[in-house]
Design a protein around this ligand. Sequence first.
Ligand code: MN
Length: 388
Amino acid sequence: MSNLKPQKAHRFSFGLWCTANRGRDPFGEETRSRLDPVTNIKELGKRNVYAFNYHDDDLIPFGASLQQRNKIIKETRKVMKDYAIKCGMATTNLFYHRVFKDGAFTSHDPKVRAYAVQKVMRNMDLGAELGAKVYVFWGGREGTEVDASKTPEESLKRYRECMNYLCAYSRHNGYGFRFAIEPKPNEPRGDIFLATAGHVMAFIGTLDDPDMVGVNPEIEHSRMAGLNTYHDFAQCMEAGKLYHVDLGAQKPCRFDQDLRFGSEDIKETFFVVKLLEDNHWQGTRNFDEHPYRSEDDKGVWDFVEGSMRTYLILWEKVKRFNSDKKVQQILKSIKGKDPFLEGLLGRFTPENAAELKKRSFDPMALSRKRLPYEELDQRVQEILMGVA
Ligand SMILES: [Mn+2]
C-alpha cells in the first residue's frame, strides 16, 4: 500500500465543531474539555488537513464584543498562515440559541427570520474575508413536531425568500460563494423540511438563481433516511449540484450517530470514495462527524487521523478495483454494445421511433445473458477485505 500519510494536496477538511465536540448528548453532559478555535485550527493544520470549516459561533462566541471578535480574527489569520490551513467553508449556527427553537428561516415571526438573515449576512462577511469558497445551509430547526403549527407550503416559501435574499447579498458583495443546502430528515426536529438530497434539488429549481445553489449531502443524514448514500451523492454530481460533501459513518435509520468515516458500511463508503476520485471531484474531502463520547481530549486527534487514513486506504482500494483484471473483464462482459440501436435510442425523431417500432426483439433470448454479479460482488468484497 502506498503512502497513507495525509497531504495538503488530498484536500481534507474538518468542521471545527467536529473536533471541538465535547461529547454532550441528550442523556449526558460533556466528557471532554473545551477546545479553543485557534488551537483547534492549529492542530488540524499540523496534521496536514487542508482546510477547516466553521459556524459563526464556533469561531466568535455568541455575543462577543467587537474587540474580542477582532482579536480572534487576527489570531485565526496568523494560525492559518503558520500552519498552511485554509478556510474551506463557512456556515451559520441557526439552531443552538433558543430564539431559533421553532425555526430560523421558517419561523412564524418575521423578527426571528430577519435576525437569522442578519446573522448569516454578518458571517458571510467574515467567511469571505477568511477565503471560504462554499457557504452551507443546514436548516436544523426548520421543521415541526406539530403539523398543525406550520404548513410545509408556507415554510418553503419563507425558506425560499431567505435563500433568494442571501444569494443576492453574496452577488451584490462579489463574494463568489457557492451555496450548498444540507438535507436531513429529522433531529433535532421531529421532521425537518428538505429531508433528502432529492428534496433539496427540487427546491433549488424554484430559486431565483439556481446555478448559485447546490447540495451538501451527508453520509450520516442520507443513511438516517435509509437511503443509498452513494446513489445520493452520485445523483447530485450528475446534476452538477454536488457543491460540498459531508463524510462520516452511520448505521441506517437511527439517531444521528456521526461516527468516524468508514467505521460503518465499508462497501457503500468505498463507492462514495470511488465516485469522488474517479470523477476528480474538485471540492474538499470534508468530514462532518464526532469522536465517540467515550473518547478523551487526546483521542480526538486519533479520530481525525483515522478518518483521513481510512479515506486514503479506500482510495487505494479504488485504484485496485479499477485495475483489477477480473472486475474489468466482468464489467466488459455485462455491458452490451449495439451502435445502431444506441443511435435510434439516442434521440427521438419520428423516423427513429418508426424504425424502433418495426424492430423485433426476443425477450427470452435477451434474458439469458449472464449477469455474474455474485462473482463481481465477491471480488469487491475480497479487494476490500485485503485478499485480492
Ligand atoms: Mn453536516
